[in-house]
Structure formats: structure tokens, C-alpha cells
Design a protein around this ligand. Sequence first.
Ligand code: MN
Length: 202
Amino acid sequence: MYTQPDLPYDFSALEPYIDAKTMEIHYSKHHATYTAKFNEALTGIETIAGNSVVEILKNLDKIPEAKRQAVINHGGGYLNHSFYWSIMTPGGKQLSDIDLKTAIINDFGSLEKFQELFTSEAMAVFGSGWAWLVKDNISSKLSIQKSLFQDNPISKSDVTPILTVDVWEHAYYLKHQNRRDNYLADWWHIINWEEVAKKFQS
Ligand code: MN
């Protein structure tokens, strides 16, 4: 059984960038439902007993075809939201990790250029989905990926996600309405770069 991890801060802690009501609904309705439905989808699948959600999403061929899409949707919804909560923190934490800083400069030119490109990729997700910063597991090179619905990049490529943003409208509509660009501009203020660096180093 998968359980929803505790939110590492209060619903109101990311104000004024993400409002308390959005956080409350996002965590206690959307994420909670993905968690419940993920458990439901896994019922009776013995091939993945003891596997982590990461292992499950990396090896979707082990999931019977009739259940595969439900596992992609709800397993992704479960993992993606847990990940998204973890890379945000009240007020944000600066990027001080030298290795990650160097990698971003090498692969994107500068932190500012990376943020510009990541924002434009997040803007370019058509409909509901996510933008990701991922590390290639062989070359360690960083790149940006987009995914639709609750797909996670690990299902399609050999990468480790280190940063993500949820661009489903439920992540920002109450405060920012249709202005995804305003949401993204706000979101950069609350990035937990310490946690992103930890994921990069892992
Ligand atoms: Mn969401």
C-alpha cells in the first residue's frame, strides 16, 4: 500500500506565490485521489510485489495490459505530486551546490538561460502536463522534457528527474486563472534548490 507523504509545509506556506486554497485542494483532493487509485490499480498484480513506484514506472511491461494505463495515470499522479511538493519550500532556497551550478552552466549557458528555457518549455505543454529537468543516467547531461497528463520521464528514457513543475490548471487556476506565465514567474521564487541538488547528486 502506498501512502501519501506528508506535505513538508503548511498549505499557506507558499503564499503569496501559491495560495493556500490551491495547495489544500491539490494535496488533499487531487494527490489523495491519485494515491487511492494507484493502490486500487495495483490490487492483484503480483509481478511487482515489493517494487518501488519508481521501479514500477520504469518497468511498465511488467504490468498486465488491462491495468497499464491506470498505473501510468495514478502511479504517475502519486509520484509526480510527491516530487513536486519536495522541490518547493517557503521563500525558496538558493542554488549553492557547485556541481549542479556547473552542470547548469555547461548545459544551458547560465542559470538565467536555463530558467528562461524551462519556462518556455513549461508554457509549451499543450493542455495538462509537466515540465521536467532531468539528468541522463549515463552521461549525467541535463535536459528539459515535457510530459502529458501524469506521464513521468522515467517510463520512456533512462533519466533521473531533478526538478518539475505541474502545469495542470488545477495547480494555479484559483490564483492565476489562465495566466500560466504568471504562475511560473511566481513559482521560481519558491524552488528548493537544496533539494534539487540532492536529487542531482543521487
Ligand atoms: Mn497536480
